[in-house]
Design a protein around this ligand. Structure first.
Ligand SMILES: Cc1ncc(C[n+]2csc(CCOP(=O)(O)OP(=O)(O)O)c2C)c(N)n1
Length: 767
């Protein structure tokens, strides 16, 4: 038993459990006070103002585009989302004004402001060399002229993305709701409400462990709306971020809470209705900080209409985080002046009077007034910057309209990357063993089982590359529900092999965040059925970010999940769901059917730069086979001819392969020579092997343990018909599990899964 647990003793002493208090609106300084205290410089004040103006100008441009009132591009008809953040500028500018280039943010569908602000303050921090790197066309410029050109380029790339242009940040693939810029630490806006929060949490895990002592410590600012704080995955993330294992010295050598600030951008409206008074039970969302940590997460409510108050809270958050006491939760209380989008007239859920009251505390005008009244800047200085911002936006908008659209030929370009971890960067080649290596024992015949083959592949890859980490429910001390990872903790240590809360969405989402920021997580989902709990993080996040960023980010992660079918575990622990993930563009799907393939494929999965769903058959865990001790990889997209034959092509994967072999042997006795093809990876799929076989045999049967309706087997059937129609002597058949729910009763489950006899019957039908 791990020495970090103390014995549980029954203790029912009467007591009272208290939560710490949460401060609200504690900021009360003037700008002059700030200058005197040197918490801000005059330049920074102008930067904050300029940044807020840039956001407003950008958002008002969208507003005017709808009526043709944006003069310089009157000829352009904008189509696409219009989630404006006018009124919320202080949250973006105030927060980003304290971030370093190397700090990260994540944002939301209403995230143009966050994106503009993160880029703006990063550009203000860049020296001339870095500026030139960002903008190769500006290579002959320097100083102020260079910075201005790069700033204009930032606005241009943002507008170009909004307009779906090839020169946009995401080459027009993601659009405004998925805006990002990894070069300045913007990890992406998310159009799935709450979807970015576990990703941010995972990126913060990277910041916590991946420390370069020559650089300032990194932190993450996660912007998400008030609506998102009702979402399960967001609450899972708060729980995740507060885990004891990050700060318990018995469990980690990096005693440091997660360096993340959860910024709740509380504009008081979800989509087209209010949360408080109806669909939530609290007055302040900062209360969400209680309940996950013994002393509360450090939480505050902040006046989000005041950039200086936001900045002050973020400065405090940074100190807390640098002291190792993260995470922090800040509720930034603000208001959006327009509807959810421009098609929302907003009169059903709020009054004009209410809007007017908020406009009285407008972040841009009030800040301007304070700068003037406190004598920080003259009217002329302010007007100069206002003019510059408007002209810059207009110029960038014109340029964006005139820039080329993506080529329709490239519609699916960037869906996958061809890249692969060829060489491990030097700092990650170092192995730091904490105990004995978990060596897999071979029998005298050189055989090991499927479970150990996967384990051996994982160990080899983790030894090769320190960026590979492994986590999931009880995978560390216990070795996972199926003991596949037993011994890895003792060898690699808890920094690389650790247990996760029972939060499948967060397990996958944090994996996405770690992968985006340079790590290569292997995450384990105990049963494939539970992948449905994480379906957004797998299908909308892991799968899509490479494409949505025009190939600018890679998500090299492996999601291991096992299929429990055949054990009498019933409807929620037995499903073969690989077809679902084959339907989601952006993920690879591998399903080894034997120990040799299992080792070779897991190693490839770990080195591949795409997200891979790695399916394991629980009934195969005990299967033995000869597996070389030395290194080998099995390329994705290369099927295996399990048995050569001339009469029927039987395409089959997973545990059904063994049954197919038995069926082929029986059919051989009847004089039917079956060729068995195991694709090994369903995505990418080896069409060449299947085509060659079917052209030879003229008959095809496709078998899997997926429920027949909507199964990937149907996709293969249609592909065969399309490719081999002239060679076919019979209809192509498919066989799967019955169109029902996996039953518990042995008799029923036997009838449910495709059997050897079913395969024989189908083959006979073909001839
Ligand atoms: C998971 C999910 N459910 C519903 C929606 C539709 N939707 C888009 S924005 C929105 C409201 C989000 O509210 P909040 O998080 O407060 O952000 P805000 O729009 O106020 O900035 C909803 C429900 C969505 N995009 N994602």
């Amino acid at each position: 038993m791990g020495n970090y647990y103390s014995d549980l003793t029954p203790d029912f002493k009467m007591r009272e459990i208290r939560f710490n208090s949460i401060k609200a609106y504690s900021y009360d300084r003037t700008i002059k006070d700030e200058l005197k205290k040197e918490t801000v410089g005059k330049d920074s004040l102008m930067e904050i103002y300029e940044c807020m103006l840039m956001i407003r100008e950008f958002e008002e441009m969208i507003l005017k585009l709808r009526t043709g009132a944006y003069e310089c591009i009157k000829d352009y008809e904008y189509r696409g989302p219009t989630h404006l953040s006018i009124g919320q500028e202080a949250t973006s500018a105030g927060a980003c004004s304290i971030l370093n280039i190397s700090d990260y943010i994540t944002s939301t569908h209403r995230g143009h402001g966050d994106s503009i602000a993160k880029g703006y303050f990063a550009i203000r921090q860049m020296d001339d060399d870095v500026l030139r790197e960002r903008c190769p066309e500006c290579k002959d410029m320097k100083g102020g002229e260079l910075r201005e050109a790069v700033m204009e380029d930032h606005v241009f790339r943002t507008i170009a993305e909004l307009f779906g242009k090839e020169s946009g940040y995401g080459k027009g693939r993601g659009g405004g709701m998925h805006i990002f810029d990894f070069r300045v630490g913007h990890l992406g806006a998310n159009a799935i409400v709450g979807g970015g929060v576990p990703i941010a949490t995972g990126a913060a895990m990277t910041c916590r462990i991946d420390i370069d002592k020559s650089k300032p410590p990194r932190m993450l600012c996660c912007f998400a709306g008030d609506g998102a704080y009702a979402n399960g995955v967001v609450l899972e993330s708060l729980n995740w971020a507060c885990q004891d294992q990050f700060t318990n010295p018995k469990m980690t050598s990096i005693v440091k809470g997660l360096p993340i600030v959860y910024c709740v951008v509380n504009n008081h409206f979800g989509m087209t209705g209010r949360a408080d008074g109806e669909v939530t039970g609290v007055d302040f969302l900062a209360r969400r900080g209680a309940g996950f940590d013994l002393e509360n997460m450090h939480a505050e409510v902040v006046n989000g209409m005041d950039a200086m108050a936001v900045r002050d809270a973020l400065q405090r958050a940074r100190k807390i985080i640098e002291a190792g006491k993260g995470p922090v939760l800040l509720e930034l209380n603000t208001y959006r002046y327009y509807g959810h989008s421009l098609s929302d007239p907003r009169n059903e859920y709020r009054t004009k009077d209410e809007e007017e009251k908020w406009k009285q505390v407008d972040p841009v005008f009030v800040f301007r007034k304070r700068l003037l009244e406190e004598g920080i800047f003259s009217g002329k200085e302010i007007e100069t910057i206002e003019k510059q911002v408007a002209e810059r936006n207009a110029k960038a908008a014109r340029r964006a309209v005139d820039s080329p659209d993506p080529d329709p030929e490239d519609v699916i370009k960037y869906m996958y990357t061809d890249s692969f971890s060829e060489k491990v960067p030097k700092p990650y080649q170092k192995l730091d063993p904490k105990g004995p290596e978990p060596k897999v024992k071979r029998g005298s015949d050189g055989q090991i089982n499927y479970r150990d083959a996967i384990k051996e592949g994982i160990v080899e890859e983790m030894k090769r590359d320190a960026r590979v980490v492994l986590y999931g429910e009880d995978v560390a001390d216990y070795g996972g529900a199926f003991k596949l990872t037993k011994g890895l903790l003792e060898y690699f240590g808890r920094g690389r092999v650790f247990n996760a809360p029972i939060s499948e969405a967060c397990i996958c989402g944090t994996g996405v965040g770690m992968a985006m920021t340079g790590y290569r997580p292997i995450v384990e989902l105990m049963y494939m059925d539970f992948a449905l709990m994480a379906s957004d993080q797998i299908s909308n996040q892991a799968a899509k970010w490479h494409y949505m960023t025009g190939g600018n980010v890679k998500v090299p992660m492996v999601i291991r999940c096992s299929v429990g079918g055949g054990k009498g575990y019933g409807g929620q622990h037995s499903q073969s769901l690989e077809s679902i993930f084959c339907h989601i563009p952006g993920t690879y799907v591998a399903y080894p059917s034997n120990p040799y393939d299992a080792k070779g494929l897991i190693k490839t999965a770990i080195r591949d730069d795409n997200p891979v769903i790695f399916v394991e058959g629980q009934l195969l865990y005990g299967m033995k086979g000869v597996v070389p001790e030395e290194e080998y990889l099995i390329p994705f997209g290369e099927a295996k001819i399990v048995r050569e034959g001339t009469d029927i092509s039987l395409i089959v994967w997973g545990p059904a392969v063994q049954d197919a072999i038995k069926a082929a042997e029986k059919l051989a006795a009847e004089g039917l020579d079956v060729e068995i093809i195991d694709p090994r990876t369903l995505v990418p799929f080896d069409w060449t092997a299947v085509e060659e076989s079917v052209k030879k045999t003229g008959k095809a049967l496709v078998v899997s343990q997926c429920v027949d309706i909507g199964s990937y087997t149907g996709e293969i059937v249609s592909g065969i018909v399309e490719r081999c129609f002239d060679y076919l002597d019979a209809p192509v058949l498919k066989l799967g599990a019955k169109n029902g729910i996996a039953p518990q009763a042995h008799t029923l489950e036997k009838a449910y899964l495709p059997s050897v006899e079913d395969m024989i019957a189908a083959a006979r039908r073909l001839v």
